[in-house]
Design a protein around this ligand. Structure first.
Ligand code: TEU
Length: 541
């Protein structure tokens, strides 16, 4: 029987299709390219891939603006290529999760094209429409994350439509039953095609207040600009009415029931709500009838993952959702790569960057690794002329956008365009990434790539690290310590997040140091010695 619980503690490798491998020569990655690179993905030892959107799209937000949910954009290939990708992945033992962007569509989706024509066509109520105020201004004060009002005037309907993101990403009206049905039927299409699960984009944005009430202002001390740039006025509102509506949970129950018609499907829901605390995140994964996992933003912010901060985040999550399950990530296609975001602040970047995967791969939760982090890729510094991301163009130079983490994968240090493409890459390949290419690291035992492989292998051999519960052990300010326990297995993990050697008292019962992870903390007679930015793993009992 299939393992219905495969997602619990799974390591999911995020692929951004535009930037993984181009085979057509247009400078943009494609599905055939991903399929060709699957043996590499398998060699990492991950459980699943999450493929960012490859559906039909005008690409205003690089695929997060879908114009046909059940087709592949020709830029990325065909449905046939997708089927091939899935069967190759399955042959190699890799699950495939696709990225469903249900909260909004592209303004070129036929549903919106029809909806915007008149106020009484069959799709008239499929999007969030509102009348102008008597003075002609938008229905309320809601703001777009990407800048400006969340409302855009439509000259044919003589009404405003709402968009949490770009003007070209109108929000669907989830209060309309037909909309829900249409989205569930698109989901069924992919389930029947053999996908293993979903990353669901912005699940907290599905519903908005029916009465379109104004959001209250947010007191400056409560503002949290950890993900959206500080200059973004979006951070100055308390988003009571444009997101996080209780109906979101109702729709997700229906979504879960659909998934449960199939053998072993799992979903991770993106809930970008660091601002409102982990309770909101937790609600989406509680009860076993909604999301299997929630993708929280707590470790995607610039805040350094100090032992105290990690303890707080993990404890808060476990308290908020004792039965729920988190999915942690340090990097993705929306934020500055952690090698730069955090690495640049450490006193020994090389050692620090090796410690970080040790931590995320030991915490309680599933893990998303973002393509290239296994190579130690840093954030690319791009010139304004090279920018593609509308969000970056809008807020430049205060916020440089998301292109710096989306540059192409580097496969070889001697091939043209680092082996990514024979054409002109859609974003430049930073010269400083070349020496980090897969080929350059492949045969170097001590490389970052082989470090990730070793850690993933270590995790696979210790089931408590993926499935176990977690109890913190006080190891002082500099060291993060906890025990992971599952059945009869218990592993003590200790991470020295400081630039100085640390000595900690072994917690009661630590008997044998574990090998095979590549770190060099040592168990001495009366102390565990951990070098700067290093770690120790020991068996308990
Ligand atoms: O991101 C959701 C989200 O909250 C983003 O606004 C995030 O805060 C921002 O990108 C950080 O810089 C998802 C996708 O991951 C993102 O790529 C899309 O642009 C967005 O949804 C709209 O679909």
């Amino acid at each position: 029987a299939p393992d219905r619980d495969w997602w619990r503690g799974a390591v999911i490798y995020q692929i951004y299709p535009r930037s993984y491998q181009d085979t057509s020569g247009d400078g943009i990655g494609d599905l055939i390219g991903i399929a060709q690179r699957l043996p590499y993905v398998a060699s990492l030892g991950v459980d699943a891939i999450w493929v960012s959107p490859f559906f039909m799209s005008p690409m205003k937000d690089f695929g997060y603006d879908v114009s046909d949910y059940t087709n592949v954009d020709p830029m990325f290939g065909t449905l046939h290529d997708f089927d091939h990708l899935v069967s190759e992945a399955h042959r190699l033992g890799i699950k495939v999760m696709i990225d469903l962007v249900l909260s909004h569509t592209s303004d070129q989706h036929p549903w919106f094209v029809e909806s915007r024509k008149t106020r009484d066509n069959p799709k008239a109520d499929w999007y969030v429409w509102g009348d102008a105020k008597p003075d002609g201004t938008p229905p309320n004060n809601w703001l777009s994350i990407f800048g400006g009002s969340a409302w855009t005037w439509d000259p044919s309907r003589l009404q405003y439509f709402m968009h949490n993101f770009l003007t070209s990403q109108p929000d669907l009206n989830f209060h309309n039953e037909e909309v829900q049905e249409a989205l569930l039927s698109a989901t069924r299409f992919w389930l029947e095609r053999g996908v293993d699960g979903f990353r669901l984009d912005t699940i907290n944005f599905y519903f908005c207040d029916k009465d379109l009430r104004d959001n209250p202002a947010l007191a400056p001390e409560l503002r949290n600009a950890s993900i959206a740039p500080a200059v973004n006025p979006y951070n100055h509102q308390n988003h009571l009415y444009d997101k996080n509506q209780p109906e979101n949970l109702e729709f997700l129950r229906r979504f879960r029931a659909l998934m449960d018609e199939f053998p072993a499907i799992a979903a991770v829901g993106e809930v970008g709500d660091a601002q409102y605390g982990l309770q909101i995140v937790a609600d989406y994964t509680s009860g076993g009838d909604k999301m299997h996992m929630c993708y929280a933003f707590d470790f995607l912010s610039p805040d350094l993952p100090t032992p105290a901060r990690i303890r707080t985040v993990i404890t808060d999550f476990m308290q908020a959702a004792p039965e729920g399950w988190a999915c942690w990530a340090f990097s993705n296609h929306d934020v500055v790569r952690h090698a730069s975001r955090w690495g640049d602040q450490s006193s020994d970047k090389a050692r620090y960057l090796r410690l970080l995967p040790g931590i995320i791969l030991s915490l309680r939760g599933s893990v998303c690794l973002y393509q290239g982090e296994e190579l130690g890729l840093t954030e690319a510094e791009l010139a304004f002329e090279d920018l593609q991301d509308p969000y970056g163009i809008q807020f430049w130079p205060d916020f440089k956008g998301r292109d710096g983490c989306r540059t192409p994968m580097v496969w070889s240090d001697h091939d043209v365009n680092a082996g990514f493409s024979e054409g002109h890459p859609w974003l430049p390949i930073p010269p400083e990434h070349r020496h980090l290419a897969v080929e350059a690291q492949e045969h170097v035992q001590a490389s970052m790539l082989n470090h990730y492989r070793r850690l993933l292998d270590f995790r696979r051999h210790h089931v408590s690290l993926s499935k176990g519960d977690l109890t913190f052990v006080d190891c002082g300010e500099a060291v993060l310590g906890f025990v992971r326990r599952h059945g009869t297995e218990a592993v003590f993990c200790a991470f020295n997040l400081s630039g100085e050697e640390q000595f900690i008292v072994p917690p009661e019962g630590v008997v044998t140091p574990l090998e095979g992870h590549g770190f060099s903390g040592m168990l001495k007679t009366d102390a565990i010695e951990i070098p700067p930015y290093d770690a120790f793993f020991g068996q308990v009992g």
